[in-house]
Design a protein around this ligand. Structure first.
Ligand SMILES: NC(=O)c1ccc[n+]([C@@H]2O[C@H](COP(=O)([O-])OP(=O)(O)OC[C@H]3O[C@@H](n4cnc5c(N)ncnc54)[C@H](O)[C@@H]3O)[C@@H](O)[C@H]2O)c1
Length: 383
């Protein structure tokens, strides 16, 4: 079994190390900052203790998992790895620097992957002598629990690297989807309207946070409403992803961030972690207005925008229809794949909602994907 090294012992690095060690790999978990590896070790210890309490693993298994991980501040410990997954700070220059360093320490067969959420894999690979061994392997938080992993070959990635990386991640019991090296990959691209359109509905005064969340959960079957979810993710993180995707798409207005969220971030209303976000967690939660007509309008608007994004990702060959649907159900727990959902509610109905919005607002944000128009014209369905 190959040795797996993880660079960066933060939230994602610790989770990925847990998975690899649980699957029996020798793991090297490296971080440069003082206290980071100790912190990671104590967090992992707590998580494993909880799994022992719940009888998911035995005490012996817990000890074995921990003993397979070498928590280190010495980068040379990555030597002899078969796979390295980088999960450090989301900064292209710092990532490039570490990829250059890593490449000098490992054999030419070693796959070097980045867990980046938003940076271009081609640009990270561009820093390497052997870019054919570089690709994106994007886990979701919390990595040990979320089944989805997006696999992202860059233009330079070899077929062999792609095949071998996918084999390893599949063998960890993950659901892998293949996606093109474009901003946000599948999930962080297709999910943008879940947040953006919900905020827009609030900004227009159509409904408050609680009512929008109620409509999405009660009528849409989503586990969490957009505002609850943004508070859970953190408004700082969610805003940054939105802004990064917006810039990366050359300021396409479809991905435009909102002032409401920016102000939340600036005010330090980050969500659950700061006790205050869209909701104030120190007091009782506000009650929604349970008006089904209003709720349906909210749901249809957000859902049509999501389906439009999914259809456009398919139109531009970012991924297959199956992978786009899998990504949203396994990566962000959507109750149904968006393209399958479109078939069920009628692609023509979705197209009509988008056309109405575009006509009413005159904004490019609501432009329907050419694929939706084409499918309606040809009377086709996705499945
Ligand atoms: N948090 C998420 O929900 C999530 C989900 C998917 C992907 N990601 C991506 O994973 C990566 C890590 O995110 P995170 O949330 O785990 O961050 P984090 O801040 O929790 O952890 C990053 C770790 O990297 C370390 N680090 C920073 N610079 C380093 C360097 N030069 N060398 C070695 N270690 C260094 C830090 O000390 C820290 O421990 C980012 O690229 C992020 O975009 C995050």
């Amino acid at each position: 079994m190959i040795k797996v090294s993880i660079i960066g012992a933060g939230t994602m690095g610790t989770g990925i190390a847990q998975i690899a060690a649980t699957k029996g790999h020798q793991v090297c978990l490296y971080d440069t900052f003082d206290g980071a590896v100790e912190n990671s070790k104590s967090k992992l210890n707590k998580i494993l203790n909880r799994l022992v309490e719940k009888e998911r693993i035995s005490k012996d298994e817990k000890e074995n998992i921990l003993s397979r991980i070498n928590f280190t501040q010495d980068i040379k410990d990555v030597k002899q790895s078969g796979l390295i997954i980088e999960a450090i700070i989301e900064d292209l220059e710092i990532k490039k620097k570490i990829f250059k360093e890593l490449e000098k320490l490992v054999d030419k067969e070693c796959i070097i992957a980045s867990n980046t959420s938003s940076l271009s894999i081609a640009s990270i690979g561009g820093a390497c002598q052997r870019a054919e061994r570089v690709l994106g392997i994007h886990f979701f938080n919390p990595a040990p629990l979320m089944p989805l992993v997006e696999i992202i070959p860059a233009v330079q990635t070899s077929k062999e690297t792609l095949k071998n990386a996918k084999l390893i991640i599949d063998s960890w019991g993950k659901t892998t989807v293949l996606t093109k090296d474009t901003p946000g990959f599948i999930v962080n691209r297709v999910a943008r309207p879940f947040y953006g359109e919900a905020i827009r509905i609030y900004e227009e005064g159509i409904a408050d946070f609680a009512t929008i969340d109620w409509a999405i959960k009660e009528l849409g079957g989503f586990k969490m409403g957009p505002f609850e979810l943004m508070d859970y993710i953190g408004n700082d993180i969610n805003y940054t992803v939105t802004e990064t995707v917006f810039k990366a798409f050359y300021y396409d207005t479809r991905y435009k961030p909102s002032f409401t969220q920016k102000r939340m971030m600036e005010a330090g209303y980050l969500g659950r972690k700061s006790e205050r976000g869209y909701y104030d967690y120190s007091i009782d939660m506000p009650k929604p207005i349970k008006n089904r007509e209003l709720g349906k309008r909210i749901l249809w608007r957000i859902l049509s925008m999501l389906i439009n994004e999914a259809a456009d990702a398919l139109f531009l060959n970012i991924a297959t229809k199956e992978d786009i649907d899998l990504a949203m159900t396994k990566g962000v727990n959507y109750p149904k794949g968006l393209l399958l959902w479109a078939d069920e509610i009628g692609i023509n109905n979705v197209l009509n909602v988008l056309k109405d919005l575009q006509e009413e607002y005159g904004e490019d944000r609501y432009r329907p994907s050419p694929l939706l128009r084409r499918m309606v014209k040809e009377n086709k369905s996705f499945y």
